[in-house]
Design a protein around this ligand. Structure first.
Ligand SMILES: Nc1ncnc2c1ncn2[C@@H]1O[C@H](COP(=O)(O)OP(=O)(O)OP(=O)(O)O)[C@@H](O)[C@H]1O
Length: 238
């Protein structure tokens, strides 16, 4: 059996006496696309911040098989630098020839080769998110964390970007964790969907990546039912 890239064991997080997470247990395997889904305030973003090591857990362990695993986060707010060209946003103005070449390749990969010398302010919302993706991919991460990356997009662009991101991650065999409150998005993009409710993981199911619309709808409906009706104490129930 494949070794997990990352394992969360009995992970908890308390903020000033308030329990944000408790008893979070799951593993992420190399090459998987996982979606964490659930209602607002359930703890999804906190899990992401702990995995990204932006914060430390107050209980339990987050174990990487390789402590040198490169992790990158792409946020909803694209965090692009408006005074740098699109290419510079990806290369971080590196003078290194290999890095410059790679930045160009990443821009091509996300379909923005013709926009290298223009600025983020001249891009549409979907294009900005593609640029942010190129920047995240530049570091050749082994784990890509996506924190509601498509939340600010209109419905049509969002749908296109779902396929776009899922395809790039699959092509690069990139292990990916997506945070979303959009159940359809989770089902559509992920190999595996984990429901987070009241601070813990209560359920997981196969996603419906690359499947037909009817299957995506069936999977979404089942997950939605769990989000609405699962008892929050059912940690790890499958
Ligand atoms: N820095 C913080 N200080 C205090 N409480 C926090 C902090 N960050 C998160 N929380 C609390 O932890 C709980 C989980 O929040 P979190 O942002 O992880 O949920 P979420 O599922 O990502 O929600 P959303 O979808 O709205 O982003 C919430 O009750 C929130 O108020």
């Amino acid at each position: 059996m494949l070794k997990p890239l990352l394992t969360l064991e009995q992970v908890g997080k308390i903020y000033g006496g308030k329990v944000a997470l408790h008893d979070v247990n799951f593993a992420i395997y190399p090459g998987e696309f996982i979606a964490l889904v659930g209602m607002s305030g359930g703890g999804k973003s906190t899990i992401l911040r702990l995995i990204a090591q932006l914060e430390a857990p107050t209980a339990g362990d987050i174990k990487f098989a390789d402590p040198n695993t490169t992790v990158r986060v792409m946020f909803q707010n694209d965090r692009l630098l408006p005074w740098m060209t699109n290419l510079e946003n990806v290369s971080f103005k590196s003078k290194n020839k290999t890095q410059q070449q790679r930045a160009k390749e990443m821009l091509s990969e996300v379909g923005l080769a013709d926009f290298a010398d223009s600025y983020p302010g001249q891009l549409s919302g979907g294009q900005k998110q593609r640029l942010a993706l190129a920047r995240a991919l530049m570091a050749q991460p082994q784990l890509l964390l996506l924190d509601e990356p498509l939340g600010a997009l209109d419905a049509l662009t969002r749908r296109k970007m779902q396929t776009f991101i899922a395809d790039i991650c699959a092509k690069q065999h990139l292990t990916t964790l997506l945070i979303t409150h959009d159940v359809d998005e989770a089902a559509r993009m992920a190999d595996r969907v984990i429901v987070v409710k009241d601070g813990t993981n209560v359920y997981e199911a196969d996603g419906a990546k690359n499947q037909d619309t009817a299957t995506i709808a069936t999977v979404s409906e089942r997950i939605l039912n769990v989000i609405l009706h699962a008892p929050a104490t059912a940690a790890g129930v499958h």
